[in-house]
Structures are given as structure tokens and as C-alpha cells.
Design a protein around this ligand. Sequence first.
Ligand SMILES: Cc1ncc(COP(=O)(O)O)c(C=O)c1O
Length: 405
Amino acid sequence: MSYDIQKIRADFPILRRQINGKPLIYFDNGATTQKPQQVIDCISNYYLHQNSNVHRGVHTLSQEATDLFEGAREYVRQFINAEETNEIIFTRGTTESINLLATALKPWIVKGDEILVTAMEHHSNFVPWQQLCEKRGARLKIVPINRNGELDLEFLEKMMNPYTKLLALTHVSNVLGTINPVKKIIKIAKDKGIPVLLDGAQAIAHTKVDVQDLGCDFYAFSGHKAYAPMGIGVLYGKFNWMRRLPPYQFGGEMIDEVTFEKSTFNELPFKYEAGTPNVEGALALETALRYINETGIDAIRQHEDKLLAHAETKLSAIEGVRIIGTAKQKTAALSFVVEGIHPYDVGMLLDKMGVAVRTGHHCAQPLIDFLGLPGTVRASFAMYNTKEEVDLFADALVKVVSMLK
Ligand SMILES: Cc1ncc(COP(=O)(O)O)c(C=O)c1O
């Protein structure tokens, strides 16, 4: 079946908006994606027909809501091919997933231990580990990248030693678009007995994720970067890990038995889901993932790869534009700078022409410092973007450059 871009676009009502009198060209998908009508309807249907708290009511609405909520968990399991449904923990997003894990791993990290992260991490996969290391007297080691924005695997391997307790790295870089060769990296780490967390925030909507095939111990992602609403995300954690680790937050739902003296804790995944969860978010996440599946993740990847290649060709032809991140394996995100012009000014003027891009350090300050830049402009693509939009964006950029030079 051919990729029916017009049908896809028709599902996303916001794409019909005008910005400053121009049709919206939304290229800030790395920050958050737009939502199809199906996802919007899912949320309102939940409140129209099922709204009730889950896991605790004997009444019909509560049971229906619980079934839908647990059904969403099972769908997420299938989507990332986890072995067990109880390995899927619902969180607010990638940031909370990683903080949850960093808190749960705290007792396991002792003075002298080492945690490896890469130079291309988002603050979400950097600051929690930096904090943990500071608190426990452990060392945070940073795996460097080369000029193209790729990791050197031999060097990475040399950085691993018997003190290495965790490797936490991004599947896809939000700044450079680099797709890290995570399967290979995980194999190297696993051969040395080192567990691996993948930050999948920028991967989940763009490339097939199969956690069993990858062999990772933990995988974190946010729904809102995959056409679902904000405030819902996932931490996948292997059963044998999560069963042994302590809870993250305390309160309702996560307990087994509570007395004035002592509390015992619930089974997975509920041990990690204290309080009332984001039920409509989980249902909408299922709807969004179904939408991706129906469109086909491979077809989406192919479409976005074509957009990226076209955008790279167009931008390379504009004098003064320098693309940041030229890894062999890239997806959906194109960062660039315009010599002599601040990224913020470029972003502001593009917005006047209807083009939404991201500017700044993209929550990856250490990386931007390492690259010696004031920030970048980032155009990031999603399944609904078109080649014509890339052309209009490139034309707009030519105008911006001529105005600011
Ligand atoms: C690579 C990466 N990791 C983590 C995050 C944090 O995601 P969230 O803000 O949804 O928790 C982002 C968001 O931009 C990201 O790009």
C-alpha cells in the first residue's frame, strides 16, 4: 500500500491552522507531536462514557475503566514486544521514567561505582544520573562523540570496567538525529554484565522498538512524542530487575498491606504506580500507538528519511547554513546553524512565515557546549510532514538569511 499522506494529514486537525497568515508548517515534532482526531476522540469518549477510578471500584464504570487501562498496558507491551505486561510501568513521561529508575537504583549504587552516559544525552538522561552519582560518591563517565555526532564503540568498550553499574544512553539523539547502534552497544555491555537503559523519547515514533531483540534492561519513552497526549509515558523494566528494586513513590495502589507499624508493597507494575494514574492518557497512548501501527512504522520511517534527505540537500545549498550532526544513521531531526546569526533570530523569523522550529540548547547543554555552539535551530519531522513543506521551509530560510545577513 502506498503512503497516503493526504489521508494522514486529514486526521490531524491542527494542521489546518494558519500561523501569521500562512499555513502552519509544524517542524517541532521532536518537542512534541500533534494529535490525530482518533486520539482526541479517545480522550473525550473516556470522559463521556467511562470516567471512573481504576482498580478500586466494584461498580461497572470502574471495572470498565480498569479493563481499558490494563488493555492499554497490554497494547504497549505488544508495541515494544516486552515479554510480560507487568514490565510496563505507566509514568508521566521519559523524565519521570528515568527519575523513577535512578531513585530505585539508589541503594544499588555505592561509593566508587561508575555510571556511563554519552555526551549526546538530553538533560533527562543526564541530570538524574549526575545527581545519583553525587549522592552516592559514584563517578559519572561521559562517552564522547566524534565530529559527525557518532559514538566510538571501541572507546565506549574501553570505558567499561568492573565498577560500571549502568550504561544509560539515548536511542536517538534529539539534537543530532543520530540513531545509535544500540543493539551492538547492548551486546558489548551485556557481555560485561552491565545493564543498559535506553532513552527512547526520540525513537519510539520513528523506528521499530523491540526491547527483547535489543536486549536492553530498561526503556523509557513519552507518549506525547508519539502522537499521544502529554502526561503519559512508559518505563519498561525487565521483571527480574523491577521486582528486586524498591518503590519510587508511596501511597495508594502501590501497597499490599498497611498497618500502623509497617507496609508491604504491591506486585509489579503497581508497586511503581502510586496514586491515581493518568487513565485517559494511557487509553490515548494505546490509540496513538495503534495509529502508528496501522500506518506502519517502517513506512513512517521511510517517509521521514526521505524528508530528512531532501531537507539536508536543500539546506546544504544555502550559503552560511551548516548542518550539525552528520551521522550515517539518522532520523527525523535536522539541526543547523546559520553563520553569524543567532538561532533564536532564525526561529523567530521562520515563525513569522508559518514555520515552527525549535531553537536553543534542546535540553542538551553539555552537548551544545561540547560542540562549541550558542545553540542550534532544529527542524524535526513527523509522519504528516511533506516534501512541499520542506521546500517552503527552505525558501523561508533563504529569506531569513538574506534579511539577517
Ligand atoms: C532524547 C530525549 N530524552 C528525554 C526527553 C524528555 O521527555 P519528556 O519531557 O517528555 O519527559 C526528551 C524530550 O525532548 C528527549 O528528546
